[in-house]
Design a binder for this molecule. Sequence first.
Ligand code: TXA
Ligand code: MG
Length: 317
Amino acid sequence: MTTVIGTDLSEAARILRGGGLVAIPTETVYGLAANAYDAEAVLRIFEAKRRPAFDPLIVHVADRAQLNDVVRAVPPEAEALMDRFWPGPLTLALPKSARIPDLVTSGLDTVGVRMPAHPLAQELLRALPFPLAAPSANPFGYVSPTTAQHVADQLGDQVPYILDGGPCTVGVESTILGWEGGACVLYRPGGVPVEAIEAVIGRVGGPSRQVLPVTPGMLASHYAPRTAVIVGDATALLKAHAHQRIAVISFHQRFQAMDNEVLSPGGDLHEAARGLFAALRKADASGAELIVAEVFPDEGLGRAINDRLRRAAAARG
Ligand code: TXA
Ligand code: MG
C-alpha cells in the first residue's frame, strides 16, 4: 500500500466510513484512527501498529453529546475537568457504554475518552456519525509521531491516508485520569499539567498497586528510540562515556557532543515538550551510539517530558 499525505477531509471521511484507517493530526501527537464502534476496523489498528491486544485505545469524540453514546456515567469531577480542559490534551477513563467493542478497551469496563483541540481533527469528527478510536500512530513501543512525515516514515505501508495538520502544538500525549473507589488517579502525565488539574478538583493520587499495569503507557519500555538512552546529569554522563558517539537532549543549555538537540534555548517547557519526540527521532538517526538526556524540572509539562525520557531509557534497562 502506498500512503497519501494530504488535507482532503472528505477523502479521510470516506476511508473511515468504509472501515479503513486514517492517520489524523491532534494537538498532542498524530493518531491512527478507525471507527470506534466497528470492531473489525479497530482490529486493523492493532495489526498496523503490531500492538498487543491488552493495550486499550483512546476514543476521540466530537462533542459532549457524542460522549453520552460512549460512556455510561460521568462523575462530577470529570464534568468539571471537561468544562475546563476540553477540547484539549486530557483523557478520562470512564465507564464504557455497550456501543464500544471490548477490543477498544481490551476488556476493561472503562473507556479512555477525549475531545481533541486540533481544528482538522474536530472538523473530521463532526463530519462522521461515529467517534474515532486512535492510539498514537507509531509502531508499538516506539516514539510517537508529531508530524505527518513521521507517520509516513514508519507506518506508510500500513495506512492509505495521512491527514496533514502540521506539526503538533503540544507534542506529548494527553494526560490520562481515572477514578478508583471514587478518587481521581493519574495514569499518565501529559499535555495538561497535574498542577492545573489539581487547581480544579484538588489532590490527584497515584493508581492502586493491584490494578497495575492498567495503562500500558505506564509500561517501563515505552516511547523508546532504537539507540540506548540514559537520563541524568549531561556533563557527568558525557565525561563517563567520553569514548562513545553521543547525542545530547538538553533543555536550554548547549553541550559539546557529536549531536545536541536543545529543546528550548529560552527555557520554556511548552516549547521543550513540543520538540521532544522530533528531537528523539533526530538523535536516533544521528549515528550516535548513546542518547544522553537531561532531567527536566519536575513541574508543569516537565513531568510529562521526564516520564517519556525515563520510559525511553528503561527500554534497555
Ligand atoms: O494524546 C493522546 O492521548 C494520543 C492522541 C492520538 O490522542 N493518543 C495516545 O494513545 O497516546 P496511545 O494508545 O498511544 O496511548 C493511550 C494510553 C495507553 O497506554 C492505554 O493503555 C491507555 O491510554 N488507556 C486507554 N484506555 C484506558 C483506560 N480505560 N484506562 C486506563 N488507561 C487507558
Ligand atoms: Mg502511544
